[in-house]
Design a binder for this molecule. Structure first.
Ligand code: PMP
Length: 340
């Protein structure tokens, strides 16, 4: 018989799933970094209850809006989102009784849109290949809905300081704590820039400037300085400069193309058992470049923002990969064997 103590311990449970956000683990990427002396550690953000790093910003954004009187009981949250921010906001909206309407660009897969609907959101789909100021763009449509729906509140994740603040308060301290202050580099993809700005700034502050911060950016996005064009990796890169990104935080930005991002995404699933999205593959590709240049005692933390479940018909489909021209490159370039 198991021993029972006289006084029972209190039961361990959360009151709501949103209380389980954060404190995601670090796992070493031993296989994809084989042959490199530096330690490469991935922070696995898909283990947040909504499945991405965006869970972290949602609560802080909603609480600030309530405090400022911009979101009231019975209100509707309207947000342009590629999916993950929508899920994070929906988790909190469900708990507090708000309606949610999400505007998603059509490059976001059907699966991801259905996830938003499953959490109770209404989803409006808009064309990807139009300028942000075009009336059909997902930013413009969200503004139009804000004006049309009484009690609507648009968090505007691209200009909301609570995004970077959430990462300054949680992601950065967790990395410092879990590496016992030994982290030397942070590598993260840049979408709104909230993750890299918040976590990067925290790590620079706490280490008195010694942690190097490296951004990862899709080829075709503005942050790495090349010509702007359409690309397939989701959730990262932009064609404008959002208010949530402080370009003074990263020491450098690595440009990674779709083929390399997706080849690494596939390797992470097969070799590391990490079924993650394309922006994770992109960030790891950049982290390995950093690792090749770094001292041997370097500790490189790379953020894996979301799960691969939303990309099974894309990155993990040979048909889609071939159609989009992301397969069939020489193995040296993509790390992907031509016969696969
Ligand atoms: N990857 C994915 C899949 C995302 O949804 C996002 C958020 N847009 C990011 C990376 C980038 O995070 P951030 O917005 O904090 O720069």
């Amino acid at each position: 018989m198991p021993e029972t103590s006289a006084r029972p311990r209190p039961m361990a449970y959360a009151d709501h799933v949103t209380e389980l956000i954060g404190n995601t683990p670090l796992v070493r990427l031993a296989r994809v970094s084989e042959g490199l002396a530096a330690t490469v550690l991935a922070k696995v953000e898909y283990l947040n209850p909504g499945g991405s790093a965006k869970d972290r910003i949602a609560g802080r954004i909603i609480e600030a809006a309530e405090r400022e009187g911009r979101l009231r009981p019975g209100g509707t949250i309207v947000e342009p989102t590629s999916g993950n921010t929508g899920v994070g906001l929906a988790l909190f909206a469900g708990r507090r009784g708000y309606r949610t309407v999400f505007v998603v660009p059509d490059k976001v897969g059907v699966e991801k849109r259905n996830v938003l609907r499953a959490y109770g959101a209404q989803v409006v789909v808009t064309p990807t290949a139009v300028a942000p100021d075009d009336p059909r763009s997902y930013y413009s449509v969200a503004r139009m809905l804000e004006a049309a729906i009484p009690g609507a509140y648009v968090p505007n994740q691209y200009d909301n300081p609570n995004g970077p603040a959430a990462h300054y308060a949680t992601t950065g301290p967790e990395i410092w704590r879990d590496t016992a202050g030994q982290v030397t580099h942070l590598v993260a993809g840049i979408g709104t820039g909230g993750t890299i700005t918040g976590a990067g700034r925290y790590l620079k502050d706490v280490s008195r400037g010694s942690v190097r911060v490296v951004g990862a950016d899709p080829e075709g996005s503005i942050y790495s300085g090349g010509p702007v064009h359409v690309y397939d990796v989701e959730g990262v890169g932009e064609d404008f400069w959002p208010g949530t990104y402080d370009p003074g935080v990263p020491d450098s930005v690595e440009r990674v193309d779709d083929a390399e991002s997706f080849a690494m995404t596939r390797r992470l699933a097969r070799e590391e058992g990490l079924l993650v999205g394309g922006s994770s593959g992109m960030a790891v590709a950049a982290a390995l470049r950093v690792a090749r240049q770094a001292e041997e005692d370097a500790v490189i933390v790379v953020i894996l923002p979301d799960s691969g479940r939303g990309y099974l018909d894309k990155i993990f489909s040979d048909g889609w990969m071939r159609e989009r021209g992301h397969l069939g490159r020489p193995a040296e370039e993509t790390g992907w064997m031509p016969w696969e």
